[in-house]
Design a protein around this ligand. Structure first.
Ligand SMILES: Nc1ncnc2c1ncn2[C@@H]1O[C@H](COP(=O)(O)OS(=O)(=O)O)[C@@H](OP(=O)(O)O)[C@H]1O
Length: 449
């Protein structure tokens, strides 16, 4: 084609040479499209994957789903909601989840630094790890596959600290010392109540920094320390989610892991009742952010990073995906619960296995009941649907125990099934949760202490 065209160009007179040139450019463009058309269509498809407003299945990526994930479950950051999504993904895709050794409780011996010895032997080799831990990269690497994607989540320090303060009010000595359990009093002179060496002191000072393996009491004025710490987190973690922009973070997560929309559906877990929350007076957020200055630096940095990445993906595309996510979520909730399920204080949840753990009588963590008549999802009614609806609202401790049980059985070990799992297996699908009056294992364990 090029050979013939150059001969024609040289033989034509001046004016028609120009015309001929334009014709040839047009012809070569058509030829390029014909030869590389499939590539062009592929590019269009790739664009549609991110921005599709079609049904969720249309947004399936061409890459296989990524299944090796280490999610650092930070405290009071919506991390239980993420963990639940990962647990459900693991079950659906037959992926092993690393779970803590019983002596570690349902956390990996937090607040100790993570060690591979804390992982239950029946849960190795894992592909997903998500229970609470204090991050220790070299030890996590020892148990996780080489292609593991590291993810974590941060929350704005003032609202996070308000949540920590109420949740751990009866545990953390630095909080217990405060007269009337007043957050204002603590924030007026934190050094009066805080002792770095106290039991559970990590809930009272730079909790995010601590969970990520950093020094919660490091001088905030040491800019070099924070710079190096942030650089290290950036090197290890492929995604730092932000709980204030939870759905937008899930869009990035879905793209990063090539997951389907169905894989990131969720319901909010581990929420406090409005009566347990307090509105922060005008100057309090600034005081809290100054007190947790290391966390504030982390949050501000990774919040900016999140928005840079969302902008790179295209904000309108992100907004469309968030909309798709919310619509799919509505459909799911309607199928499972006949609408948005009612939030209930633990004592009002009929099935005790669905009660979230309560840290003390002074704070009310709400949860959900599974209605008896609302467990049929579209074309897939029955046990599978019931199981999906149930797992969506299953609290962290119970779900961890259930997974340990099923993975133990899968590992072929002789093990007495957990009573909860027995009730799941033996009772008819719609009656499973009525007759069950046992206490949540975490509550029973606490009472025994
Ligand atoms: N999707 C979503 N988006 C935003 N916020 C959410 C979400 N899901 C849970 N939450 C809030 O997260 C708080 C609980 O955090 P965690 O589950 O990480 O707590 S824990 O450390 O595991 O106990 C808890 O915050 P507070 O209610 O302020 O305590 C939940 O309300």
């Amino acid at each position: 084609f090029m050979g013939v065209s150059s001969v024609l160009l040289f033989q034509a007179p001046d004016m028609s040479r120009k015309k001929l040139f334009l014709i040839l450019v047009a012809m070569s463009s058509v030829s390029l499209l014909l030869h590389h058309g499939s590539q062009f269509i592929w590019t269009m498809k790739a664009f549609k994957v991110g921005c599709s407003t079609q049904a969720s299945s249309a947004s399936k990526s061409t890459r296989p789903k990524h299944t090796s994930i280490a999610f650092l479950k930070t405290h009071k950051t919506a991390s239980t909601t993420v963990q639940n999504l990962l647990f459900r993904f693991a079950e659906r895709h037959n992926v092993t989840v690393a779970l803590p050794f019983p002596a570690c409780d349902h956390q990996f011996c937090y607040p100790r630094s993570f060690s591979s010895r804390f992982v239950h032997p029946y849960t190795v080799p894992p592909q997903i790890i998500t229970n609470h831990m204090r991050f220790n990269y070299s030890e996590v690497r020892r148990v996780m596959p080489n292609d593991t994607v590291y993810i974590t989540i941060l929350r704005e320090p003032a609202s996070m600290f308000e949540s920590l303060f109420s949740y751990y009010n009866q545990y953390c000595l630095s909080f217990k010392r405060v007269p009337n359990g007043s957050l204002e009093t603590f924030m007026n002179s934190p050094w009066r109540y805080y002792r770095a060496g106290d039991k559970d002191s990590m809930y009272a000072h730079n909790t995010l920094t601590y969970d990520l393996g950093g020094d919660k009491d490091h001088l905030a004025t040491d800019a070099a320390y924070m710079k190096a710490f942030i650089a290290e987190i950036e090197r290890i973690f492929s995604l730092v989610m932000i709980s204030e922009y939870f759905d937008e973070s899930l869009v990035l997560l879905r793209h990063l892991l090539s997951w389907d929309l169905e894989d990131v559906l969720y319901i909010k877990l581990n929420m406090r009742a409005p009566s347990s929350k307090r509105r922060l007076s005008k100057d309090l957020p600034v005081k809290i952010r100054n007190w947790n200055a290391l966390d504030t630096k982390l949050y501000d940095h990774f919040n900016a990073t999140l928005w840079r990445r969302l902008t790179e993906l295209g904000l309108s595309c992100v907004a469309k995906e968030v909309q798709m996510l919310r619509s799919a979520q509505d459909r799911l909730l309607r199928g499972c619960f006949g609408g948005i399920p009612q939030l209930r204080p633990a004592a009002q949840i009929k099935n005790k296995e669905l009660r979230p753990w309560q840290p003390s009588s002074k704070v009310n963590i709400v949860g959900y009941d599974l209605p008896l008549n609302a467990s049929y999802l579209g074309k897939e009614p029955g046990i599978k649907s019931h199981d999906l609806c149930l797992k969506l609202i299953l609290p962290e401790v119970q779900y961890s125990q259930l997974l340990l049980q099923s993975q133990t059985l899968r590992a072929g070990a002789v093990h007495k099934p957990h009573p909860f799992q027995r009730s799941l297996r033996d009772s008819p699908p719609l009656m499973r949760y009525q007759s069950d009056t046992r206490e949540s294992p975490r509550i029973a364990q606490k009472k025994a202490m």
